[in-house]
Design a protein. Sequence first.
Length: 235
Amino acid sequence: MGATVDIRRAADRFHTRIDWLDSWHSFSFSGHYDPKNVNHGLLLVHNDDLVSAGRGFPNHSHRDMEIVTWVLEGELRHQDSTGNDAAIYPGLAQRMSAGSGITHSEFNASAHEPVHFLQMWVPPDVQGIAPGYQEVDVKAELATGALVKVAGGGDDAALHLHQAGAELWIAHAPAGALVTIPDAAHAHVFIARGTAALDPDANLETGDAARLTEAGPRPLTVGPDGAEVVIWATA
């Protein structure tokens, strides 16, 4: 099969709406299921969540999953069964390795303002490890406007994933910038904020995604207001 580019519009995602949560799911999740939309490469979950002030997800458990949380606005309070207690804010990347089993909660740290964040899951390449947690502030790197390797299985990423075949790249790109999508078997390009163009006929707006398969490195041209671009490059 040759190279493919599949554009997915923001409004076409699965949608969960309850009194305190407005969540958009790029892939099958919870009660939403489509057997043709369960992953793109190793990326299994890509949720775009808005949580009301003072509300959130009570204790729940995970096993054998690498979970990365990226806050767009506000602060998210994380507590888990291994003793971690942290407030995650924009620019602070978080990775939780569920491993042999972990229980955690996630609540809006503010009593007044909503929190907006992405949560993304990839499977580990080793099962049953001890649960783990890592957070790294990458604001200074993002301020350059360059594409930053926020998470990956190697030693050159801010967060270490227990998955050699997955990398997370993020850019706070200025207007008119050219972002080169990494060369990977599967690339999931998500526009968290702003606009960008992938080829002349593929304009992407906030919440839109492009799923590239065997497409090689591709240029992404950022729109006039800049963009926050979140890219998973995986096997």
